[in-house]
Structures are given as C-alpha cells and as structure tokens.
Write a protein that binds this ligand. Structure first.
Ligand code: SAH
Length: 439
C-alpha cells in the first residue's frame, strides 16, 4: 500500500504508518494469546519492547540521514515501522529489493523521458566536482589567487591562424605600452591588492631582451613582494635566462596542441611544435614556474588530440595550465568555425585538477567570454586562479585575440568587489597573495 501511494502521489500518508503500528502491536497481542497462560505477559512485554527499541533505533539513525537530505521523513517512518515489526535482517532484505525495484523503475522512466544521458552528465559532474575539490582543498584550501594581466603589446611577428592579433591581420589596431605605462599598471594593481603581475604580449621585436630585462628589473625593485610572470612567446634559452636573472618568476607559454598534425593545422610553416615544447622544457630547467595549455575546441581538434594534450601535460608537469574554449575571430581564416564547448572545458579543468593536483589553474577570460558564469563554473570544476585585466582602459579593446573578448565590467581589475563577490558566490575566497605553486 505504501509503495502504491508513494508511486501514485509521491507520498506515504501518516495514517498508513499509524495503521502499521497498531496492526504490528495487535499481531503481537494475538501471538501472545496463543501462548500458555503463564508466559503470555512476559513474552508480550519482551516482544513489545523489541518492537519499540528497533523502531526508535532506526528513527535515531535515520534522523541523521534525514538531516543530510538523504532520506525523506515518510520513508524513514516506514523503514522504522518495518524494522520494529519484522526485525533488522528482514527489513534490510525488503530495502534491497525496494532499491532494485526503484532503480529499475527510475531507469525506465529516464529512458522514457530521454533524460538518462542528462542524468548521467549530472552524476559525472557531481563526482568530478567532489574529486577535484578534494584535491584542491588539500593544497590550496578554498583560496582563489588573482593575477593582474597587463597586455602590453599587440604587435606580433607570428601568424597563428586562430589569433586576432596575428601579423597579417591588417585590421588590427596596433599599440604598445611605454615602460611608464606598464609601471603605472603595476602601481594601480598593487593598490588594488594584486601580488602577481602578468606581462603578456604578441612576439613584438620592439621589445628586445634589454627592454624586457629593464622592465622586469624595475618591477622587481619596486615590488619585491610580488611575483612577475612573463608571457611573450618563444625565445632562446639565453633570453629566458636573462629575464629570470632580472627577477621574473613565472612564464606562460601554451603549447596550443601536443599533436604534430594539429599543430600544423593551426600554425604556419615557420613555427614548430618541437620548438614550442623545447621552450617549455628550457623554462622548467631554468627554474621558472611554468605554464602550458591549449584551446578547447580549436579547429581540427579531435578527442585524440585532447588525450595527447593531457599526456603531454602530465609528462611536462607544469606548475600552471591555461585552458579556455577556442573563440573565432572575424579577421582570421577560422572566422566561421564554431566556438569550443564550455562543458568540455569544465570537464577538462576537472581532469587536469585530478591529474595535476597541485597545479594553478586559471578560470580564463575565454571561459568568461563564452559563458557569463564561465569563471564561476570554472572554479567549481577545479580552477583556482582568476586573471583580471589591468591594462590601460584605452587599449584594452585592441588586444582582441578573439571576438567579443570581455575586458571591462566585472572582469576588469578595477572592480575587485565584483570579482570578490563572484568568487564568494561559489564558496571560494579571493586572496591578496603571490599565490605560488604548492610545494
Ligand atoms: N604571444 C604569447 C601570448 C599569446 S596570447 C604566446 O605566444 O604565448 C595567449 C593565448 O590566447 C594563446 O596562447 C592562445 O591559446 C589564446 N588564444 C589566441 N587566440 C585565441 C582564440 N581565437 N580563442 C581562444 N583563445 C585564443
């Protein structure tokens, strides 16, 4: 009756439970009546106390599960009644049969409504989230680190097919910041609480090694408590050494794809995957906290490519990994290609958190561009870094790697409160800290 009512009305009425208790007690009384005169009362007392103890024991245990939302109140009452009446082992048997019937019923229901796949996704997302949050908590607690991103030049000698600031894009409006402007960005950033500055740019020959060394030294002297990150492309090991000696701590150089054919599909002949990988190894050898990464859903990317990316990253063991969805730029040959999937990016963030538990993983600007809640979702999937824009507002729009790249609003460094609240909304805490990799 209870099962029928639960199925039909999604409820088990209290009347039914009371009826169960009364009939349970009555059945004991009837059983006692059949016994010999002298043993009637003691047997009945014993049986009734057993009834009571079992029922109360299940209720007490169950209230704990109920408070965690794992069992409904009516279900609990019913299970307590069964245990009181039939004993523990019979109840467990009934519960097992009930679970199996329930599972079969739910499965057919999901199949009928076509929601099985959706449910499976929810379940896998839930498992991923638990796994990745466990890993992240071990090393970083619930802290989220912020990096001030200074995009200091959009001149580039390279011609990566996907990138909006590629050399051959004649429509790009080019700019480069002066040394003073860069230092002003740092000053502004420091006041806003940033303790890491990321200098990113195209491969701009104007910024010779001497100029970069000079800028890095100035930042290092003015802000000894801050980390300096460079992201200025492929250089010789000697150049990387000079920047390191000048005071740079970290370097971001996405490998873009670990698959040779795919690399060719995304880059012109002059560039090579071998060199990109060598640069990453050189950076690691020089003692940089090194960041690699790739775009999710880049044109021509297959699941095999992604598998190769993950294997490459596991081998390289970088301290940072930047991934974000590919987003087309109207002035590139990939203008009409579809953007990468946010879901897949989130999935890969979780996988990365699991295979490289200590790595610093940004919830990237591309993720925030593809989905207004992209960065919050990224944090929930295992990311622990945000990189707001610290570049001068007048130039921000020009560092247009892809269409509609967000650069003002909540993601801008100026609005730290917005950012803090966003991070807080998903249960994390934005901290003022260099945020070095965990040892
Ligand atoms: N010149 C530097 C910085 C490149 S820009 C370097 O070579 O490392 C930073 C990153 O933006 C790139 O590594 C690339 O992965 C990403 N990017 C470029 N174009 C993009 C696009 N259309 N969609 C999404 N991400 C893109």
């Amino acid at each position: 009756m209870a099962a029928w009512s639960d199925w039909k009305y999604y409820r088990i009425p209290n009347r039914l439970i009371i009826f169960g208790i009364v009939s349970g007690i009555m059945s004991l009384v009837f059983q006692a009546a059949d016994l010999e005169a002298g043993s009637k009362i003691p047997w009945l007392l014993l049986a009734l106390s057993g009834f009571l103890v079992r029922g109360v024991a299940v209720l007490v245990l169950g209230i704990f599960l109920h408070s965690l939302g794992m069992i409904g109140a009516a279900d609990l009452k019913l299970v307590a009644l069964l245990a009181a009446w039939l004993g523990f082992s019979e109840t467990i048997k009934i519960l097992c049969v009930g679970f199996i019937l329930g599972a079969v019923w739910s499965l057919q229901k999901m199949l009928r409504y076509g929601s099985a796949f959706q449910r499976f996704l929810y379940l896998s997302a839930y498992i991923r989230q638990i796994l990745s949050n466990k890993k992240i908590e071990k090393y970083y607690g619930n802290k989220v680190y912020m990096r001030g991103l200074i995009e200091f030049t959009n001149f580039c000698k390279n011609n990566c097919y996907y990138c909006g600031i590629r050399r051959d894009n004649k429509n790009a409006s080019r700019y480069r910041l002066t040394e003073e402007e860069i230092l002003d960005c740092c000053k502004n950033g420091y006041e806003l609480g940033f303790r890491t500055f990321v200098l990113q740019g195209g491969e701009d020959p104007y910024f010779t090694d001497e100029k970069i060394v000079d800028i890095v030294k100035k930042i290092r002297n003015s802000y000894p408590d801050c980390a300096i990150t460079l992201s200025i492309g492929e250089k010789t090991k000697e150049s990387y050494r000079l920047y390191k000696e000048a005071g740079a701590d970290r370097y971001l150089l996405r490998h873009e794809t670990a698959n040779e054919d795919h690399y060719r599909h995304l880059h012109p002949e002059q560039m090579s995957l071998a060199n990109r990988k060598q640069c990453l190894r050189n950076l690691k050898e020089l003692g940089y906290q090194t960041g690699a990464g790739f775009m999710v859903g880049a044109p021509g990317q297959t699941l095999e490519c992604l598998a190769e990316d993950l294997i490459f990253l596991k081998e390289l063991n970088p301290e940072m990994v930047g991934i974000g969805p590919f987003i087309p730029h109207h002035d590139t040959k990939f203008a009409d290609e579809p953007a990468g999937s946010v879901e897949l990016t989130l999935f890969l963030l979780s996988v990365l958190r699991i295979i490289l538990p200590k790595c610093l993983l940004p919830a990237t600007t591309a993720l925030g561009t593809a989905d207004p809640k992209g960065r919050e979702k990224g944090l929930l999937a295992g990311a622990n870094v945000v990189m707001p824009n610290l570049s001068p507002v007048k130039d921000r729009k020009k560092y247009e790697l892809y269409d509609n790249k967000i650069c003002t609003g909540d993601e801008a460094a100026e609005c730290r409160v917005c950012l803090k609240n966003r991070v807080k909304s998903v249960g994390f805490e934005l901290v003022e800290d260099r945020g070095d990799v965990a040892l």
